[in-house]
Design a protein around this ligand. Structure first.
Ligand SMILES: *Cc1c(COP(=O)(O)O)cnc(C)c1O
Length: 409
């Protein structure tokens, strides 16, 4: 998107505002599908939690993507967007048996990640095919960073517990139709990821009647210049080869599944905010914007780096700024960042604001959540209104039990 498109959106819809460029989502989807075009049966399920606006879900549906969901509410959003239940996978962690049954009754594929629920569900519903989430104990992404594939992770059933899974399957007569993993970390090293895949293939051989193997996500996108990015094309070609030979060994053409969130929507998103105040201290120039971690928490929560451009003055002389929010907490978006000269009233744009940005926003400090706009075929479409005071008070119950107002002097 051009700066002037973004600026026009900030002027029309106000600030702060999230903007998503549909063409970027489409090109990312195409790029991933292309990398696996030699797989006979490929299924890309978009991870709804990254960005759950219904317009985005409709766009995904129109591209042929399915949905990966983690709550019954996400499932309902998908259904509301017109996605068929058979195109939705439910991959929760730590939810109740009741919620899993509720989702299953809607016709959605369920994915179970612990032995207790597997046994209970299999006993009650032996005719419903179930996918199981494995923990391959491989730390994709390497080094000391903890991923959700490590030994003590709360996610998945350990590969060392396969005998127990098999016993539950035998005792209940349930059918396992899919095997899944999601290590939760970035695929920085394709070889490490492929090693985890090997473990999943080995696991798969224990189950005679699978329909699919789902390898989760972990596709890394660049957040700043020089960032390592998953080489999708190289990964696609290696994985395709291996998957196709596996299907021969297995004796059945299985579906290869992935669940990308970030890869599909991160780079499509921009977060636009207005600069309320420029404040100089003895050592720092702060640019204070009309937002905070209530709208955009990734920089504080994950220490993530988001490029910032001053779209009101993109060609201005560059200076160093610390960009901070208006929340009564330390809410630093960026420290000592080189940005084109900022004046009060300018609009700045944060890049890579599509994934885990709006969906993690809150009303902290009693602020309204921002509007969302979809930029599609050269036009801006409002896809979520900015909240109003009514939204803040809607579910509050005004009780009338405090009879006396104490006057203080
Ligand atoms: C969050 C999640 C994803 C998506 O991860 P990204 O890093 O956004 O691609 C995929 N699968 C499951 C089970 C998840 O919980």
């Amino acid at each position: 998107m051009e700066n002037e498109n973004l600026l026009a959106i900030a002027n029309e819809f106000g600030s702060p505002v999230y903007v998503y460029d549909s063409s970027k989502i489409i090109s990312q989807y195409d790029r991933l599908s292309d990398a696996f075009k030699k797989v006979k049966r490929l299924k890309l399920n978009y991870a709804v939690k990254a960005l759950s606006n219904i317009a985005i879900l409709k766009l995904m549906n129109s591209l042929g993507a399915g949905l990966d969901t983690v709550s019954v509410q996400e499932v309902e959003l998908g259904l509301k967007a017109g996605v068929k239940p058979s195109n939705i996978v439910f991959t929760p962690n730590g939810v109740s048996l009741e919620e899993i049954e509720e989702v299953s009754a809607l016709g959605v594929q369920i994915n179970i990640d612990n032995l207790s629920i597997l046994e209970q569900f299999g006993t009650k519903h032996p005719n419903v095919p179930v996918c199981i989430r494995m923990n391959p104990h491989v730390m994709a992404g390497g080094n000391s960073k903890i991923s959700v594939g490590h030994i003590d992770s709360k996610f998945g059933i350990s590969i060392h517990q396969i005998p127990h899974i098999l016993r539950i399957v035998e005792n209940t007569g349930m059918r396992i139709n899919g095997i899944h993993m999601h290590t939760g970390s970035d695929i920085l090293d394709i070889e490490v990821f492929l090693r985890a895949c090997e473990i999943l293939f080995e696991t798969a051989m224990n189950f005679k009647n699978l329909d699919f193997i789902d390898f989760g996500s972990g596709f890394k996108v660049p957040y700043k210049l020089g960032d390592i990015e998953t080489n999708i094309e190289e990964f696609g070609s290696k994985m395709t080869k291996r998957f196709n030979t596996f299907c021969k060994e297995y004796g059945k053409e299985l579906t290869l599944g992935f669940e990308p969130g970030k890869f599909l929507v991160s780079e499509a998103g921009y977060f636009l905010a207005k600069v309320n105040v420029i404040k100089q201290t003895t050592s720092t120039v702060f640019a204070g914007i009309d937002s905070g971690f209530n709208h955009f928490i990734r920089p504080m929560f994950y220490n993530s780096h988001h490029e910032i451009i001053n779209i009101s003055n993109p060609k201005g002389r560059e200076r160093f700024y610390s960009v901070v929010g208006y929340i009564c907490e330390t809410d630093t978006f960026a420290t000592n960042r080189r940005i084109s000269e900022i004046n009060e009233g300018d609009t700045i744009a944060f890049k890579n604001a599509g994934a885990y940005c709006f969906s993690m926003s809150s009303n902290y400090n009693s602020r309204y959540r921002p509007a969302e706009v979809l930029w599609h075929e050269g036009k801006a479409h409002l896809i979520r209104k900015r909240e109003t005071f009514d939204d803040l008070t809607r579910n509050q119950v005004d009780i009338d039990v405090f009879s006396k107002v104490v006057e203080t002097t």
